[in-house]
Write a protein that binds this ligand. Structure first.
Ligand SMILES: [Zn+2]
Length: 228
């Protein structure tokens, strides 16, 4: 038995995060005409586990997968997604750069990122990085069928390439509110900018990449906590 989906809102589900292999939450938004996923997964195995949970819940596989940022645990499953992938131009630039590094240095450079990557890719499984099929800058409005989805870039403390996804009732943040991966630091000015962006969105639930759902208020308070 694999992990199951949790329903967050009428049209929104999440395939929950796992700490052992640093697998992030994968989101799912179902419109009347098509559906989309938020983030591709850490590997083909992770993406496949997500799709098994969708099939078990009788939900169609996504036509589109939107990436929250370029980090490996959110994107290295891109080659295994059903349908197309959408990323902002910065995210796609980071992916293209990492793909070149991988071609030059081999999979060791991916395994060197973190022990959780070595766990995800144990047994010599290949690391495959692919760029997005569609690239945007700024903001995109999608309609999956009586289901408006706003995809927009936001300044954030975690990386320079954050995309937030606002589905009915839920705001997907990726890792945006977190520390910088390499330094563990958080820039208070960027936290405030993100808090303002989150505060302006009409959604009750905020979902971070590696944590349980929180209210919008909890998320804003977390971002402003360092200001005292
Ligand atoms: Zn990240």
């Amino acid at each position: 038995m694999g992990a199951k989906l949790n329903r967050l809102a009428e049209r929104v589900w999440v395939f929950p995060f796992e700490e052992e292999r640093d697998r992030p939450n994968l989101g799912y938004i179902r419109g009347d005409r098509w559906s989309l996923a938020v983030d591709a997964g850490h590997s083909a195995d992770h993406t496949a586990a997500f799709y098994r949970a969708l099939e078990a819940a009788c939900l169609p596989l996504p036509s589109l997968t939107v990436l929250t940022h370029w980090h490996w645990d959110h994107t290295f499953g891109m080659h295994a997604v059903h349908g197309l992938c959408l990323a902002n131009a910065r995210t796609n630039g980071h992916l293209l750069a990492f793909r070149e590094k991988l071609a030059r240095e081999g999979r060791a450079c991916a395994l060197a990122l973190h022990e959780t990557v070595r766990r995800e890719y144990a047994g010599g499984r290949p690391v495959i990085v692919t760029p997005a099929d569609m690239v945007f800058s700024g903001e995109l409005l999608l309609d999956a069928g009586n289901c408006p989805v706003r995809v927009f870039q936001a300044e954030a403390p975690h990386t320079d390439d954050s995309t937030l996804i606002h589905a009915p009732g839920v705001l997907f943040l990726g890792d945006a509110r977190g520390d910088v991966f390499s330094t563990g630091e958080r820039d208070p000015a960027l936290c405030r900018r993100l808090a303002e962006a989150v505060g302006a969105v009409d959604a009750d639930i905020c979902l971070e990449g590696h944590w349980i759902p929180q209210t919008k208020r909890e998320t804003v308070e977390y971002l402003l906590a360092d200001e005292g």
